[in-house]
Design a protein around this ligand. Structure first.
Ligand SMILES: Cc1cc2nc3c(=O)[nH]c(=O)nc-3n(C[C@H](O)[C@H](O)[C@H](O)COP(=O)(O)OP(=O)(O)OC[C@H]3O[C@@H](n4cnc5c(N)ncnc54)[C@H](O)[C@@H]3O)c2cc1C
Length: 379
């Protein structure tokens, strides 16, 4: 029998996350959207409430939860505001390569203090000329005795301006393609590391996204993840979990828009009746409900494979493109159901539509995620 009901423990942390989102995130979401700034107080409260570093093992200062549990929590936080919750949710992607590629000593040295203090990190893969084709990155790592020198720049790095540490991917030899790439743990205070252009974005405006510039940054040998040439593998493994998280973000945004649309459709009266009773908006609501629920099932399915330590790359990519395409459709329809008011700042649905667009682009565009999922089907 397949049982989709939550355990008592899951219901408890779902409630904690829902209450947190209602009290600490949602009330300031529109203000942060208008005036983007670092949500330091919200991050500290999320840390105190046990809502950060969800899948990181307890011995390294995380919550030690599985990916389905993490998705249950992240959905609730995202309903509050995807940009604010991603400012602390980013740790799971940023620290992912450390969890899969680092030694127990490295994890203890870098993750424990970061997580205990509620500090945040960044994942640095993308470059101006290497986006979807991340394996062609040009940031150079040069080996010199017992350390490496990093030179280059990363763009579109979430939380770059505020991170305490960065997982940076650089190549020892660009002619080797992905096989030349190494992963490094680079502390914020490293000499030669600076922050460049901060992006001014359409949506998810509270999400800090900036360039990381590396000029002769000296990284000791003990900060290398695994062995030389393994970096791309660690980045891709971290992205599997990251894609389940972004699927969850799509799900949370879609649910928020759906709930707004239902509530509006019940109360807005035209031609003497609530608009939700007319067939056209009513069918839109039915499609939205189906989209939200199927996005959740695909996301939980990918997470459940991860929790059973099974390969889940295809299912993660599939959940990512499905749930985030659903978010785009559902938010667009939610604006439509609000009519002219949906196009104004009076209702949150216009923000949700802008926020949803990004989920189709980052963690691999949805085209790239289809390439990943499709590739597994014919392998
Ligand atoms: C707000 C934001 C936050 C981000 N955060 C991070 C982060 O924290 N860390 C990080 O490393 N990166 C981050 N990224 C980068 C993100 O992952 C890339 O933007 C994304 O992978 C796409 O790369 P690109 O922007 O260079 O687009 P391009 O690769 O130039 O793609 C442009 C278009 O071409 C399509 N395309 C490209 N190649 C193919 C192909 N082979 N087949 C079919 N279609 C193709 C794409 O789907 C897209 O529609 C972030 C991006 C944004 C916008």
């Amino acid at each position: 029998m397949i049982d989709f009901s939550l355990s008592e423990e899951q219901k408890a942390f779902q409630k904690t996350a829902r209450d947190f989102a209602r009290k600490e995130i949602a009330p300031s979401a529109l203000d942060y959207d208008k005036n983007p700034r670092f949500p330091g107080d919200i991050i500290q409260k999320a840390h105190a409430a046990g809502l950060m570093n969800l899948t990181c093992p307890k011995e390294y200062g995380g919550q030690g939860l599985g990916l389905v549990d993490s998705s249950i929590i992240t959905e609730e936080l995202t309903v509050g505001c995807v940009a604010l919750s991603s400012m602390f949710g980013i740790n799971s992607l940023a620290c992912g390569p450390i969890l899969v590629g680092a030694s127990p000593e490295q994890k203890m040295k870098f993750l424990l203090p970061l997580n205990q203090a509620g500090r945040t990190a960044s994942f640095g893969l993308t470059e101006r000329e290497a986006g979807s084709d991340a394996g062609s990155l040009k940031t150079r790592a040069k080996k010199e005795g017992d350390h490496y020198l990093l030179n280059g720049s990363k763009c579109f790095i979430t939380n770059a301006s505020y991170a305490s540490l960065y997982t940076i991917f650089a190549t020892l030899d660009p002619s080797k393609g992905a096989k030349g790439i190494c992963g490094f743990i680079v502390p914020r205070e490293s000499a030669g590391l600076s922050i460049g252009k901060v992006e001014d974005k359409m949506g998810q405006r509270a999400l800090d996204v900036a360039e990381v510039i590396l000029e002769n940054v000296l990284v000791p040998r003990e900060n290398l993840l695994g062995n030389e040439g393994e970096g791309f593998k660690w980045a891709m493994e971290a992205l599997d979990e990251g894609r389940v998280n972004i699927a969850t973000c799509g799900l949370g945004i879609a649910r928020a828009a759906f709930e707004c649309a239902v509530s509006y459709a019940k109360t807005r009266v035209q031609f003497g009746k609530p608009i939700g009773t007319f067939q056209a908006p009513n069918f839109m609501l039915a499609d939205m409900a189906a989209a939200v629920e199927s996005a959740r099932l695909l996301t939980w399915y990918a997470g459940s494979l991860a929790d059973q330590h099974k390969r889940f790359s295809r299912e993660a990519a599939q959940a990512k493109f499905f749930a985030t395409d659903a978010a785009m459709r559902v938010t667009t329809d939610a604006v439509q159901i609000h009519g002219g008011y949906g196009y104004t700042k009076e209702f949150v649905v216009e923000k949700l539509m802008r926020d949803a667009k990004l989920t189709q682009i980052y963690e691999g565009t949805n085209q790239v995620n289809r390439i990943v999922a499709g590739g597994w089907l014919v392998r």
